[in-house]
Write a protein that binds this ligand. Structure first.
Ligand code: FA5
Length: 342
């Protein structure tokens, strides 16, 4: 009988050596440990064993059963490891510890410049207002002293809606509404998108951004205008800049100016950016026309004010060294990723 045990053991070892997968292993388990399995049959044969040997025989069969069970488990683990190894070989491994590709979004350069302006002006006590993109003809033109048939309208042709409203041509369109909303005294900037029916080139778009500002108070003069413009431009370019005013005509300011700043790139010596002139034309401005103040409900016997209309898109081009304004609206990620600010 003990010989039978050895035979079963030997048979099991041989068969185990040729098992290739979990299914074959399961079949082997049934073959040896199942209800009619070889080891079970050995146990059943205990009835034929003489009484005085039963105990020893039982213990031997149990030991064999445990050994086979342990071998089957060991082999099962081995097969699982092998299977995993095969799977890994055929799988693209993702290493979570590798740093991510930095294809993340960022703010548009115009937004970055706008945020900078907002930071600078709010630090000087200005509030920030919003303007509409679709405006009434009154707000865009009449309220800023450009009546119907005024030749100044020719320079700001725009897109009209069937209801008579239009896409605003300049941020000045919000002046009247803001004056009426807050009254005087008032320090406010209002950046926004503008639209003009333009001949497009490297510095003219049909859709562009301006940042308008107004300061209305008692005893406001051109000196205040120069001071705030100088502060703002020096902060934007991160260095002390000089400004100068040249006469400029806008129906809503009197007197009106074109404000230039000393070229931040060459320090005024002359370079490609300033076309060798040493100055850069940046910001039309002036003292708000009394008629415009009156239409905004401001008492002109008590208050005066200045206004400016900075070309935000053009300032962005300077700030980021962008040569063609059309790149700003193009949505080309190759361009925009170069202006990424972290
Ligand atoms: C005006 O729009 C006036 N409303 C500005 C103003 C406000 C003057 C308050 C006085 C007081 P102008 O048309 O020059 O002005 O435009 C102002 C700036 O907007 C320009 O200097 C330029 O930087 C920018 N700009 C005008 N047209 C375009 C365009 N088609 N594409 C890109 N930028 C433009």
């Amino acid at each position: 009988m003990v010989n039978n045990l050895d035979k079963v053991k030997q048979k099991f070892i041989e068969k185990l050596g040729s098992v290739n997968n979990e299914e074959e292993l399961e079949n082997l388990k049934v073959e040896f440990l199942g209800k009619s399995g070889e080891v079970t049959n050995l146990l059943k044969a205990i009835k034929d064993i003489p009484n005085d040997q039963k105990k020893e025989y039982g213990a031997l069969v149990n030991t064999l059963k445990n050994e086979i069970d342990a071998e089957l488990n060991k082999y099962k683990t081995l097969l699982e490891e092998k299977k995993l190894e095969e799977e890994l070989k055929n799988t693209k491994v993702v290493d979570l510890t590798i740093p991510l590709n930095e294809c993340t979004g960022s703010l548009h350069p115009i937004t970055v410049t706008q945020h900078k302006l907002i930071e600078i002006f709010t630090s000087m006590g200005f509030i920030v207002e919003d303007g509409n993109e679709v405006e009434t003809e009154y707000n865009n033109f009449e309220a800023v002293n450009i009546p119907k048939h005024h030749p100044a309208r020719d320079m700001q042709d725009t897109f009209y809606l069937s209801n008579g409203q239009l896409l605003k041509t300049h941020t000045s369109a919000a002046q009247n509404r803001i004056m009426k909303k807050y009254g005087a005294p008032l320090k406010v900037i209002f950046p926004g998108r503008c639209f003009r029916n333009e001949q497009l080139d490297a510095s003219h778009e049909n859709t562009f951004f301006q940042c308008e500002g107004m300061m209305i108070d008692k005893d406001i003069s051109i000196s205040n205008l120069i001071y705030f413009m100088k502060q703002m431009l020096s902060s934007v370019f991160g260095k002390e800049l000089n400004v100068r005013l040249r006469p400029g005509f806008f129906p809503f300011v009197e007197p009106g100016f074109e404000l230039d700043c000393s070229c931040p790139y060459c320090g005024g010596k002359g370079c490609n950016v300033c076309k060798q002139g040493g100055w850069i034309e940046l910001c039309p401005c002036g003292m708000i026309h009394p008629e415009v103040l009156k239409m905004g409900g401001i008492d002109i016997n008590k208050y005066q004010g200045f206004a400016f209309g900075l070309g935000l898109s053009r300032l962005t081009m300077m700030n980021f060294n962008i040569k063609d304004i059309r790149l700003l609206n193009g949505g080309n990620l190759k361009v925009l990723s170069q202006t990424k600010v972290k």
